[in-house]
Design a protein around this ligand. Structure first.
Ligand SMILES: [Ca+2]
Length: 426
């Protein structure tokens, strides 16, 4: 049984108590299945059956139906079957559509965050991000012999060494040892965690990972890999998504350092009640710097670090292609004969996609393309909207800025000029 399914059934049980205790008109259960697999239909049918047995009358259904125009015939047939099952049970389907928190999978309307004063150096026809340095991450595999029993050298701390956390030389993913957590009840919050300092260069993007193993862990959803800034600000938290018992599995998360260089890596369990958890083999890798998101209203501005002079897109440098927006990225092309000479130090201000929980991209509610997309999906079952324009794909046309202001005509002329120069240069 998946954790998702278990959560749903727990929700059904909880709602049943409410339903029995009061005269609620709307008695719903939340279900999330994208119907990409045949077994999803049976899983939903079982939940509906349970819901009916406790007198629920609605299913709040997250199945990504706003992308109906991209669904396969099989997916559509599965939804028809789910509808039939629900009709038969007298359970109304209330679809969740147009999720703002999860919906920014298209650069045309992904929410953006500013990257300011990111340094680049011109080298061999490219402006290259010179950072990405990762400081030493000592004893990443818990293999250094402890100076005191169960205390891991190199780590800032682990929860209650010898009571909750243990150096384990029998079970390990690599080397000679790992770190094991158990007896979480010894800690008032159910914590079983390890914390390590991490020093990186500002402006960079980094991937932190480790291997984890579980044995009867309750709750498995409490197993996390997290990164905090040294000042305590949460940077990224990743649910390991492991089963209660699962063999060694690599868990990873990615974060942008912004203007900070000192971080804290946390791994372990929060709110643990039972079972054993092992962690081992930590790694920190440079992923270049935050990849640029370019679309209407988002600029990519390059200036000379020494003189402050602005460089011109299409004349001095080439705008990075939009396709880098969710990849490793650390350079962009400078154009021959332009102002960016070999060895020049540049500073770039640009925008990157906002990412939550390592992989979730929210939408930007002021991106005009988002509403084109909404209109398109609302016009389903046809692939095109009955009214209005087709979805926009004009990554460099600044129709509106981030505050919703229309651009000045002069800006539009400069942007058009830069685009045509860039196209000629290719
Ligand atoms: Ca090890």
């Amino acid at each position: 049984m998946t954790a998702n399914r278990m959560n749903t059934i727990v929700a059904v049980a909880g709602l049943a108590c409410c339903a029995a205790g009061g005269p609620f008109e709307d008695r719903w259960v939340y279900v999330s299945r994208n119907l990409s697999k045949p077994e999803h239909v049976q899983e939903v049918a079982e939940i509906v059956k349970t819901a009916k047995s406790v007198d629920l009358n609605g299913m709040l259904f997250a199945c990504g139906v706003e992308r109906w125009h991209k669904w396969s015939a099989e997916q559509k047939a599965r939804l028809a079957e789910v509808k039939r099952v629900c009709d038969e049970a007298g359970v109304e389907i209330i679809p969740i559509i147009w999720s703002v928190g999860y919906g920014g999978y298209d650069p045309a309307y992904a929410a953006a965050l500013p990257c300011t004063n990111v340094p680049f150096t011109v080298k061999g026809g490219k402006a290259v991000f010179p950072g990405g340095d990762v400081g030493e991450f000592a004893n990443a595999g818990f293999d250094e012999p402890p100076s005191k029993p169960n205390r891991a050298p190199g780590w800032l701390w682990t929860d209650k060494p010898g009571t909750v956390s243990f150096i384990d030389t029998d079970v390990k993913a690599g080397g000679t040892a790992s770190l094991r957590f158990e007896n979480y009840g010894e800690n008032p919050h159910g914590h079983g965690r390890a914390c390590h300092a991490l020093k990186v260069s500002p402006g960079g993007r980094y991937r932190v990972s480790c291997r984890m193993k579980t044995e009867g862990v309750v709750p498995a959803s409490g197993v996390l890999l997290q990164v905090y800034a040294k000042d305590g600000a949460s940077v990224v938290g990743k649910h390991a998504s492991l089963a209660a018992t699962q063999d060694w599995t690599r868990v990873e998360c990615t974060f942008n350092a912004g203007d900070k260089s000192d971080f804290r890596v946390y791994a372990g369990i929060w709110g643990g009640r039972a079972g054993r958890l092992w962690v081992d083999d930590f790694k920190v890798e440079s992923m270049g710097c935050a990849p640029p998101l370019q679309r209407e209203g988002l600029s990519f501005a390059v200036r000379d670090a020494r003189t402050g002079a602005m460089l011109r897109a299409g004349v001095d440098y080439e705008l990075p292609p939009q396709k880098v927006w969710n990849r490793k990225w650390d350079s962009f092309r400078v154009l021959p004969g332009g102002a960016a000479r070999e060895g020049a130090e540049l500073v770039v201000d640009y925008w990157t996609a906002a990412v939550v929980a390592s992989s979730q991209r929210p939408c930007c509610m002021s991106a005009p393309a988002l509403y084109d997309y909404y209109r398109t999906s609302a016009a389903a079952p046809g692939a095109r909207p009955r009214h209005g324009a087709p979805a926009r794909r004009m990554p460099h046309a600044p129709a509106r800025d981030h505050q919703g202001r229309a651009p000045r005509r002069a800006d539009l002329r400069v942007e058009r000029h830069a685009r045509s120069r860039a196209q000629r240069a290719r």
